[in-house]
Ligand binder design. Structure first.
Ligand SMILES: [Fe+2]
Length: 245
């Protein structure tokens, strides 16, 4: 049997170079992320094993799929912080943010903003994964006018927004920070997203990297990507701002 057993790789702490993960879905049962405390603990232990020291958790805020409330999420976060400390998790839960989908309900959020910001500074936003939505540019502009700094989550995951698309360049000109997913670099979301992720980083457009960990499948993929030499190279050759969070 030993002959056929698949060798399980040990996690490699390559993400020590980043120190901080700023995008994951590990408050149990509030979105499509972790389903229970045990799953959160397992994922956090993996994040720690691949080198992360601190983590910001960023549940989805999305109309109508995840109608989360900022106060409720904050309370859950502080309870979780105690529970994971009791469970012996070594990684620090540095703070609570949100991943805000720019969707039909988003304009209301701009009117009376209560955003949970990463490191009390950045609003993490995402677009529809399937189609371009009207009015996105205006909403981004409105937010910036109100003084918010924006990070666009996984810019490589919008198939309608190619790397050579003028809108991509325009977002950078507007001062929107970009955060590709580290798992995109390992092909977790397919070849096209992988190609776009490398291109975005090569262009010098990625200020942050995030894991976007949802559950144990992502944690496994993270362990695999910690052995990917192309990813090591990216971490060696590029400076990211994760540590500043
Ligand atoms: Fe996410």
């Amino acid at each position: 049997m030993g002959l056929f057993r698949k060798r399980v790789l040990q996690p490699n702490p390559i993400f020590e170079a980043l120190e901080v993960d700023m995008h994951c879905h590990l408050v149990p049962n509030v979105d499509d992320g972790s389903k229970c405390l045990e799953e959160t603990v397992e994922c956090l232990n993996m994040l720690n094993a691949v080198g992360y020291k601190r983590v910001y958790i960023t549940p989805h805020f999305q109309t109508p799929r995840f109608e989360n409330d900022e106060d409720d999420i904050t309370e859950r976060f502080y309870n979780l912080k105690k529970e994971v400390a009791d469970a012996g998790v070594k990684i620090e839960l540095a703070g609570i943010g949100g991943e805000y989908r720019i969707d039909t309900g988003f304009s209301k959020r701009i009117e009376s903003p209560r955003f949970l910001k990463v490191a009390n500074k950045y609003v993490l936003v995402e677009f529809s994964l399937h189609h371009a939505m009207m009015g996105v540019d205006e909403m981004i502009f409105d937010l910036q006018m109100k003084g918010f700094e924006l990070i666009l989550a996984h810019p490589e995951r919008y198939p309608y927004l190619g790397i050579h698309d003028q809108r991509m360049e325009q977002l950078k000109e507007q001062g929107v920070f970009f955060q590709p997913n580290v798992l995109s670099l390992g092909g977790f979301y397919g070849k096209e997203a992988m190609k776009r992720a490398y291109e975005i980083i090569d262009r010098g457009w990625a200020e942050f990297l995030g894991t976007d960990t949802h559950n144990v499948l992502y944690a496994e993929a993270l362990r695999n990507v910690s052995h990917d030499r192309k990813v090591w190279k990216i971490l060696e050759q590029h400076e990211f701002l994760n540590k500043t969070l």
